[in-house]
Design a protein around this ligand. Structure first.
Ligand SMILES: [Zn+2]
Ligand SMILES: [Zn+2]
Length: 150
């Protein structure tokens, strides 16, 4: 992650916010920019809040949380509730994928397995089900955490 806000072109963020029907504000631009420049990452509200702070932005936690919720409602972000802890957000425009979640350090690994996808489709089809979406999350300990406990 960059340690300082760049003057990089943020027209993409502005366009996306406008298209989602929201008014373009500084916090919204900055927050979406963090997601756009770290596409593979999943962020909690806390992580966004600290990243903004690191960039010298004066945005309160309540604002961060509100913007994330607005982005979710506007279809820019997807929210995951992987455990009883904190909601995690990621860009919605990414291709479909599933997640491995480490219950020790919270690391999130994305995966996409064609045979699992096909299998899920078949299960649904056999049950006469029309699928609108699905999410598969596998919980456990990542390789690093397993190494630490051994
Ligand atoms: Zn871990
Ligand atoms: Zn993901």
């Amino acid at each position: 992650m960059s340690n300082k806000t760049t003057t990089k072109d943020v027209s993409l963020e502005i366009k996306e916010i406008q298209e989602s029907g929201l008014r373009v504000t500084e916090p919204r631009k900055k927050i979406l920019h963090i997601f756009e420049s770290n596409e593979d990452q999943h962020f909690t509200a806390d992580m966004i809040y600290s990243e903004l702070k690191k960039q010298g932005e004066n945005v309160g936690f309540a604002t961060v949380y509100r913007v994330l919720t607005q982005f979710e409602e506007a279809g820019l972000l997807v929210r995951h509730n992987f455990d009883s802890g904190h909601a995690v957000f990621e860009l919605k425009k990414k291709c479909h994928h599933d997640h491995l979640v480490c219950i020790s350090c919270g690391k999130i690994i994305e995966f996409l397995d064609d045979s699992i996808e096909a299998r899920q489709c078949k299960v649904a089809k056999d049950a006469g089900f029309e699928v609108t979406s699905h999410s598969l999350t596998i919980f456990g300990y990542c390789s690093e955490c397993r190494g630490n406990t051994k």
